[in-house]
Design a protein around this ligand. Structure first.
Ligand SMILES: Nc1ncnc2c1ncn2[C@@H]1O[C@H](COP(=O)(O)OP(=O)(O)OP(=O)(O)O)[C@@H](O)[C@H]1O
Length: 333
């Protein structure tokens, strides 16, 4: 029972400050849509407007073709999962998960059945009689997700749901959310700071900046085909290198090259510099090279490599993989 979401010219002002400046977006039924962007760009505000937790200043929020701007949050058939879980501390896992159905006047049998399905999906069966304080952070977040599932909403909203979990648990929960999305076929809108979550979970990534959409596309589409320097720099970690195109005889104002497409040599290459720092990450090595013309550039190498800080190094971009941008930062095709 998943729904489609459409935002039409949605804007939000807090007093005189406009923080969302006219957003048009469609999220299809069953689609996983991720909002990314720098801190303060309006991701959470946009999500909260969809949930009904913030008023929409102008524009329309449409769920399955019906305008829901004026529908109360509890009546929107939308479930939201928060970073802080927002569980009731005095209720058991079972009662936390069943509360919305109980308030909606569902029968005990129907509630128990929904809880059984959701707790089974989330491996929470053994914890139903516990209270939130008796659970780990990861278990609490699974309860919060379970509470959303039992409501069988048309739309799931996630506001940075994994940021309070440690690294290993983040990976496990991320995979779990991807599996749930597959199994439920649900429409999901997800806000994150995390590149890997955005790249791995999304069918569609929305890159926001200053309350506007910069680009919308599938993860690899944004990675391989960024529309401008902002998206090119934002998607991909470590960040794309931006070089002065003129100094390389290349097109446009700026040339973009990802760290994996920059070759490094101790003896010869197009760009000279000195190694300023080396990071060995196990599976890969990042080498930071200070250059006079292009500033600090990052090289990513597969496997372990030894380099000496302060040694001279020469870099050569793989021209076939380079991106070219004009003075306004727009991509030249
Ligand atoms: N209640 C409010 N009153 C005034 N300004 C607000 C309010 N809520 C948010 N803002 C402002 O709106 C802008 C967008 O905030 P929002 O929390 O949506 O950004 P975000 O992209 O989610 O940021 P972060 O990634 O840091 O969570 C910010 O400049 C913020 O200061």
């Amino acid at each position: 029972m998943s729904g489609s979401l459409e935002l039409r010219g949605v804007a939000k002002a807090f007093g005189k400050t406009e923080v969302i400046k006219g957003v048009d977006l469609s999220v299809d039924e069953g689609e996983f849509c991720v909002f990314v962007g720098p801190s303060g760009c309006g991701k959470s505000t946009l999500l909260r407007m969809i949930a009904g937790l913030e008023d929409v200043t102008t524009g329309d929020v449409m769920l399955d073709g019906v305008r829901i701007n004026d529908v109360a949050p509890a009546k929107r058939e939308i479930a939201m999962v928060f970073q802080t879980y927002a569980l009731y501390p005095h209720l058991t896992v079972r009662d936390n998960m069943g509360l919305a159905l109980k308030q909606a006047g569902e029968s005990r049998a129907r509630i128990d059945q929904s809880i059984a399905v959701a707790s089974n999906m989330l491996a929470l069966g053994d914890y139903l009689e516990r209270r939130p304080a008796e659970l780990s952070g990861g278990q609490r977040q699974r309860v919060a997700i379970g509470r959303a599932i039992v409501r069988t909403p048309k739309l799931f909203l996630f506001d940075e749901p994994l940021s309070n979990l440690d690294a290993a648990l983040r990976v496990a929960t991320r995979i779990e959310i991807a599996r749930l999305h597959r199994e439920l076929g649900a429409t999901m809108v997800y806000v994150t700071h995390d590149q890997i979550e955005a790249m791995t979970l999304a069918d569609k990534i929305v890159v926001l900046r200053g309350g506007r959409i910069e680009q919308v596309g599938a993860p690899m589409e944004l990675y391989n085909n960024p529309a401008n320097t902002f998206v090119a720099g934002f998607i991909g970690s470590p960040q794309m290198n931006f070089l002065r195109a003129g100094a390389l005889g290349a097109r446009g104002e700026t040339m973009g090259i990802r760290p994996e497409h920059l070759a490094i040599s101790a003896t010869a290459g197009e760009i000279g510099g000195r190694i300023s720092h080396v990071e060995k990450l196990g599976g890969e090595t990042l080498v930071y090279v200070r250059t006079e013309v292009h500033g600090l550039l990052t090289v990513r190498l597969f496997g372990e490599h030894d380099f000496t800080v302060d040694a001279v190094a020469f870099l050569t971009p793989d021209q076939a993989r380079a991106f070219h941008f004009d003075t306004a930062g727009q991509r030249l095709r």
